[in-house]
Design a binder for this molecule. Sequence first.
Ligand code: KDG
Length: 309
Amino acid sequence: MPTVITLGETMALARTTEIGSLRHAASLALGIGGAESNVAVGLQRLGITTSWLGRVGDDPLGERLVRELRGEGLDVRAIVDDDAPTGLMLKERPSAASTAVHYYRRGSAGSRLTTADVPDGWIEGADLLHVTGITPLLSDGAHAAIVASVERAHAAGVPVSFDVNYRSALASPEVAGPILRGVAERATLVFGGADELALLGADAEGGLLTAGVEQVIVKRGPEGAAVVTRTGVTQSPGFVIDPLDTVGAGDAFVAGYLSAFLEGRDTADALVRANACGAMACLVPGDWEAAPTRRELEQFLRGDGGDPV
Ligand code: KDG
C-alpha cells in the first residue's frame, strides 16, 4: 500500500452553527482543520496510508487535534511546542451563500515548524510528499522546512505534490508569488485554481511544465477540473450538488486525485474521482468530515448522491 506523507499546520476550528454574523453567534461547534491534514484524512479514508507532521501547543486544543487525526487512522508526528499555542480558526456563514474564515495563528505552534522537525528517513521512505503553499507563508522557519523537505524528496526520487492554496491573510500576492513559485517548480504535480496559478507568473502552466513539473491540475470548483501535461489537456466536468460548506473541497479533490495517481489510474479517471470527492466534501459542514470513504465514493459515482453536469 502506498504511503503519503505531509506536513503543515492544523488548527482548532470553531464554527457558527447557524447562518448569520459571528458578531451575534450564540454558540460555536468545535472541530479541527488544516489543508494538509484534510488531504491526509481524505487519502486515509480512500485506503492510502498517510502520515502527518506538525507542531501543536501544549494545550487541550493540541491534544484534541492529535486525538482526532489519530482517530482517523493517520500516523501523527506531532511535535509539542511548550512556548506557543495551537492555532485557531473561526468560521462564520454571514449568509447562506457565503463563508468567512478568521485566523488566530500568528506565532502559533504550527507556524514555528523548522527543518530540524522533519526526521531522517521519513521523507525518503514515502511514496509521495504532499505540501501546500500555506506552510511556506507561515514563517521563515516553516518556509525553510518545506524547501528542505521538497529537496530531500527530490534526492530520494519521491514525487512531490504541491497545492498552491494561496491564503491572502498570510501574504500579499507580491510576497507570496515568488515563494510559491519556488516550491511549485520543484514539484511533480501542482494543483491550483486559475487565480492561484496566475500568482506563479504569466503562462504558469507552460512555465511549470518547462521547469519539470509533470502535471498541472487546474481546479475549477463546480465547473470541474483539467489536467495539463506536456502531451495535452484532459478536462472533466463537475458534479451537480447543493453545497453547504465549500471550505475543504479543494483538499478532498486533491486527496481523490492523489489516490488515483498512486493507483496508476489515468488522468481522466483521476479527475472524475477528484471532482466527486470535492463535491462530496461540500455536502456537510466542516473542512474534512465529509471526505468520502471508498464505499461512499463508489455509491456517489453510481449516482446515489449527485449527477455529472
Ligand atoms: O483548505 C481548507 C483550509 O482552509 C482549512 O482547513 C484551514 O489550512 C487551513 C488554512 O490555512 O486555511
